[in-house]
Design a protein around this ligand. Structure first.
Ligand SMILES: *Cc1c(COP(=O)(O)O)cnc(C)c1O
Length: 379
């Protein structure tokens, strides 16, 4: 029954060879910039490509500042520190996300609270957040206290799943009312907008990833964006070992991190960023073809929702039930078309089993049905 799907995807990519879920494309200035970087000998943590990338990235997303990091998880970790999250605080996030979101919270010693997502966006549900806060929390002395645990809810981290923007302005409003800092996990959503604004720029801080499977890549890399100059300076400082500038002395004024993005990776990123517009157009065309095909097959294709423009980073479909999903995964993967199920819910993983969560009805529904299909930019 999935023969047509396999044929269709083979035609899209004009090959009967293995078709990966998402492979990078290096058809711009990558090699030229890498050579320039190597010739300069500045291949490590300082260099002009890092500075140039930060300026160009900030401009691309419409943020005042961007601070490059070694990967997206590091960017999230630092973003949470900038938002004031400390050991024993709680951080609200969605149960349906990639592990990095929950890991970054845990690195600080804070506790994730896993709430439900919306069915259409697959991102954190404003209704679930409001319900949870009204049922469990009170604001005292400007702090949001979770009465069931006695801990402070410091931050909320929505994630824009597969590049589809979640209802970020509603979440922003709720966070303001409840004195919670909004930190966006925009790792998957470079090029995605909600009501004219780029994802990642709604909250106090936003984090992006440039891992090998993301829409643009530096092999590994990430970036923190913010409009707050003091936060940007602190981000740069603590991601670069918290070294106090001096001609020769080694003075560090905090326990910092070596989260610097090497200039080599930044060179690659500068070249990739130049191609972003083209990648976005290419992906939008691919999504339109998928939509037409799956609609005719009576299979739901996940589309951008109201008020949003998605980057269509990873295309996804919704199968009828877990049995059909498994058949689909089995058939496509054994026919050289790579497909993957959406993540297992975070609260089901061993290390997060004790974390507080709500009923998660939408997340559970999606967990059993959503599958990602090949989404690389076509040549
Ligand atoms: C990719 C990704 C990250 C960060 O990943 P890195 O591999 O550390 O760059 C964080 N959150 C989500 C949702 C992601 O998809």
């Amino acid at each position: 029954m999935f023969r047509d799907t396999v044929n269709f995807i083979q035609n899209l990519y004009t090959t009967k060879e293995f078709i990966p879920l998402h492979e990078p494309r290096f058809n711009g200035n990558e090699k030229a910039y890498l050579n320039e970087c190597i010739d300069s000998t500045f291949v490590s943590s300082v260099g002009k490509f890092v500075d140039r990338f930060e300026v160009e990235f900030a401009r691309t997303v419409g943020a005042k500042y961007a601070v490059a990091t070694v990967n997206g998880t590091a960017a999230l970790h630092i973003s949470l520190i900038l938002a004031g999250v400390e050991r024993e605080d709680e951080v609200i996030t969605q149960a349906l996300t990639f592990i990095a979101t929950a890991n970054a919270i845990s690195y600080i010693g804070a506790k994730p609270v896993f709430l439900d997502v919306d069915l259409d966006t697959m991102g954190l549900s404003p209704k679930a957040v409001r319900d949870f806060l009204e049922k469990n929390c009170v604001v005292t002395d400007g702090k949001c206290i979770n009465r069931s645990t006695g801990r402070t809810i410091k931050a909320c981290v929505p994630m824009h799943t597969f590049g589809h923007p979640c209802r970020i302005d509603e979440l922003n409003k709720i966070c303001d009312e409840w004195h919670i800092a909004l930190v966006e996990d925009a790792a998957e959503s470079l090029g995605s907008y909600y009501k004219e604004n780029h994802t990642g720029t709604f909250g106090r801080v936003g984090a992006f990833s440039f891992n090998g499977n993301k829409i643009i890549t530096s092999g590994g890399g990430g970036v923190i964006v913010t409009d707050d100059e003091a936060l940007a300076k602190r981000a740069k400082h603590i991601t670069t070992t918290a070294k106090v500038p001096h001609k020769w002395e080694y003075v560090h004024d905090a326990i910092g991190y070596n989260y610097r993005l090497p200039n080599l990776n930044a060179a690659l990123l500068c070249a990739q960023l130049e191609q972003l517009e083209g990648f976005l157009e290419n992906k939008r065309m691919l999504a339109a073809e998928y939509k037409q095909f799956f609609t005719a097959q009576n299979i739901r294709f996940v589309e951008e929702s109201e008020h949003s423009r998605s980057n269509y980073w990873l295309n996804a479909i919704l199968l009828d039930d877990v049995r059909m999903r498994d058949e689909f995964l089995e058939y496509t993967n054994s026919n050289r078309v790579m497909t993957r199920p959406i993540w297992a819910l975070m609260n089901k993983l061993e290390m997060f089993k004790a974390c507080q969560h709500d009923v998660l009805s939408n997340a559970l529904f999606l967990e059993e049905r959503v599958v990602n299909i090949p989404s690389s930019v076509r040549l």
